[in-house]
Structures are given as C-alpha cells and as structure tokens.
Design a protein around this ligand. Sequence first.
Ligand code: SF4
Length: 375
Amino acid sequence: MSGIYIHIPFCRQKCYYCDFYKTVNTSLTEQYLSTLKKEILKRKNYLKNKPIETIYFGGGTPSVLKDNELIDILNLIYKEFQVATDVEITFEANPDDLTISYLKSIYKAGINRLSIGIQSFQNEYLEKMNRRHNANQAVASVENAIETGIINISVDLIYGLPNLKNEHWSASLNQVFQLPVQHLSAYHLTYHKGTAFYTWLKKGTLKVLKEVDSIEQFNLLIEAAQKNGFQQYEISNFAKNKMYSKHNTSYWLGKNYLGLGPSAHSFNGVSRRWNVSHVESYIKAIENNHSYFEEEILSDNEKYNEYILTRIRTIWGVSIDSIQRNFGEEKAKYFKKNIEKYRLTDLVFQKDENFTLTPKGLFISDEIMTNLMII
Ligand code: SF4
C-alpha cells in the first residue's frame, strides 16, 4: 500500500496560527501546476509501481484550484501510477469554497473524501484566527457536501486558543457532532515560530490559555467524542464506524508515500526526503533541472524512533514483538526497560506485549515518547 500527497501551497489569506508552507501569491498557480506535473513525471518510479491506495490534496488551500486544474492533475496521476479502484482521494477545503457547483465538479473529478478546515463554529474565534469563513458557512459546507454526494467528511477544529472559554469549546463540539460527519481532527493550538500568534505571544499582547483549561478542553473533547460514538484512534483524530483517514493511518503505520510540491515529504522505507519550502525556488529548480529537495538515510536508531513516535499515539500502539522483529533484540530490551516506569500506571494500557496510551497518557504523550526514544 502506498500513498501520494500533493501540496497546493496557495491561500487567499493567512491564518494567524498556521505554520504550513503557503503563499498568498495565487498568481503563481498556473506556473506552479505546470511544474508540479513535471515533478509527477520525474518521480513516477519513486513508489516502485506499488498500487496507490490513497491520494491526499493538502495545503495551503487545495480548494483555491479550479475544477479543470484538479482534473488535470488527477488525470496525470491515473496515467502514470497504478491507482487502486477503491482509492481514497481526500481534498482539504475551506468552507467558503464549498459551493454546490464546486462540490459537484470535484466529486465528478474523483474526490471521495473532504477534510474541511472549520476550526471553530463561533464567529468570535474565527475572526481571532483570521479565518475567511463564518459559522454559517461552516455548517453549510457540510450540508452542501452531503447534498452533492460526498459523504466521507472530516472536520478540523482547534482548541486551546487564547481566551477560549470551555463552554464555547463545548458548543463547537456539540455543533460538529450534530452534523453528518464521520471524522474529526481536533488539535490543541501550538505557537509556531513565524506565525502572528507566536509574535504576539513574545510581545506579550496575547496570553496562553491556562493549563487547567487546556486539560479541561481535551477532556471535553474526549467525553463528547465518546458520547457521540467517535473512537479516538490517534491523539487528535476521531472516527465513527472505523472511518479512519486511510491516508494518515498509512503514515502512522510506516507505509511508503510520495510527496509532491513545495515542502512535501516523501518516505520509501529507507530514506526521507523533503522538497524546498518555497514555491518560486521549487519552480525554478525543476524547470532548470536543479536539485529541489534534501534527503536523509534513516539510521537504525532513527527508524526505531520513528516507529515509537508514529505508533504510540494510535490505537495500534507499540508492540515488543514488532520492535524485536524489525529493529532487533537490543532495541526491544531498551523499550522494555523504558516502558517499565509507566507499565503499571494509569498512563499506559498493556495488552499482552502491546502498549497504548490511556487518555491521561495521551495528554503527556510528548514526555512519554521522549522517554521511549533513543536520543
Ligand atoms: S490554516 Fe489553511 S487556510 Fe489558513 S493559512 Fe494555513 S493553510 Fe492557509
């Protein structure tokens, strides 16, 4: 099983918390797409003819693309790769782009899963984050998608925002679970260097939410998800009826993937590579046949660390047997020694030789992961 990630690096405006690579210079779109097609051709053998089971358009904002631009890219992928008949094709979108006519065309183009960046159902917080849409558009985007026939819908929400009141977070959760969505990705705000929120935090004009409220909001999320039949299958991801994101699950399970476009990462089991995070440099380098990526061959320790990092926060967890098989006896012993201090606590759940984190453990997963990794 393999996947393809395509980065669409354009946004109509920048959200104050976001550190994904993007530019608001959408005039480069046409030129970019022409170069992207060249990268697809250059790298068509990267996955060694393995069937493509997932395709993911992320960004940036893929929904800035016109339907014919999307169709062009998908046609080329179908031509150059062996795409599985039941492929999951996810498209990240901003709510205000999801009109019925746009949805109809992308559905016809083959999009069968939407990841809608709603972030909040309250105008007050949407404005504070500099989102383009309002609460009504957020609800309408889901309703429009259903009406069009795209029924596999994921919604993104953010909590832990400065001054986010617990009752307002609960209201957003109530709203999302009233909608016909099958998947929720809910992230606690992180202050990334280079974002407006980070600058204001350093200047002292913005205050981090109190830890007690962060914990409360995480607990409210878990409670509401459980009450509504959503399984927490990864620290920030919840699904109904096992409608997991196949694409993200394949990252967590260590499957190979090809990343196309500026800032996109690729993994082939042996090495990781990542493209330059700058659209003009990406275009110039590919057009002139110059290098446009960096690559690292993973050492044994790095492969083991990757396994811990990606698996411990999922329902699949970390298994001693798998460490022994894939990384050897020494690493298995290292893991056993380091998991010991958590083994009989309420942070870790053990089933035979397999370890997962409890909700309490998930909240301090960074600390637990650091202790299990080889630093
Ligand atoms: S959150 Fe999405 S829409 Fe907002 S700036 Fe980041 S990539 Fe663009």
